[in-house]
Design a protein around this ligand. Sequence first.
Ligand code: FA5
Length: 347
Amino acid sequence: MSVKDQIEAIASEARDQLAGVTDAGALEEWRIAVLGRKSPLQSVLRSLGELPADMRREAGRIANVLKQELDGALDVKREELGRQKIAETETSGRIDVSLPARPIGAGRLHPITQTQRDVVHAFVAQGFSVIEGPEVELDYYNFEALRIPKDHPARELMDTFYIDREDDSDTKLLLRTHTSPNQIRFMESHDPPIRVICPGRTYRNEATDPSHEWMITQTEVLAVDRGLTLAHLKGTLFEFAKRLFGRERKIRFRCDFFRFVEPGVDMAIDCFLCGGSGCRTCKQEGWIEILGAGMVHPEILSKMGYDPDIYTGFAAGLGVERIAMLRYGVDDIRHFYENDIRFLRQF
Ligand code: FA5
């Protein structure tokens, strides 16, 4: 068979095959088989060098014409298949642009963060400034300076995470058990009048139950000035409680004991769950204690360099998780840190 006949045979077979191509995958296979490096057309082109010069020129011309024709046919087929695909999508895979978009899952603040911010606002509105202190604290600030010396039974009220250190006990480190060390830290470097609050995390090596967690968020309140009395403390805390719980909730204020205040008090709110009759959440008390407070001990005022005959002060430590339980009606404090999205989504 002459080269010209060979080329024409290849061309006619390629045209027939192309007519049967119905999708992009098959078209690619056709391109490789007909125009690729290993195709019959390419081997014919490679063998042209063996022909005499005049025949070679003629056969080369025919082969090039054919190659151009096949390249053109490939483009036409590609376009045709593309149009077909669009037509199919228009009928079978219609997109309804009027459908509402899928919601983007925006995050939100954790209920304890929300409550902490509301607590802070309730005091800022009464003229308090916000300070912060370290979560890893010295034994001195957490206990000693608050009149809780080493081996004193009052330490046992706060089961403590101590941090091992090959040092003497005065520089012993621990995870702070309350925010009260910041009273000392602030008074050490400031003179009255003082009106500050200190929000933050605290830690106790505690067995948990519906109203006790081992990590607690507290807010410390401290005011020192001339002539401050228990009435100022009560007024400030009542105003805070009204802002957070509304005017209808019952507030209980009674004596309590803390080594660093004299006198000491605690404040409780009536249990949201049982309305005061007693249940598992309030430990059958009918009340949920939210804070400890009192008048700053005169010995501490003196140690800070303030004359206790001139200056008096009040302090309080609020438990933010308990406040959040009361506000949102959460019956178990442990829900807050279980990271269950079904719970957290409600706030
Ligand atoms: C204190 O921590 C004192 N520092 C408070 C204080 C400050 C008294 C200033 C006087 C002057 P207490 O251990 O009672 O006190 O804790 C204060 C509040 O934190 C409690 O009323 C309670 O609301 C919360 N709280 C304490 N322990 C836990 C716990 N394990 N789980 C949840 N909340 C707690």
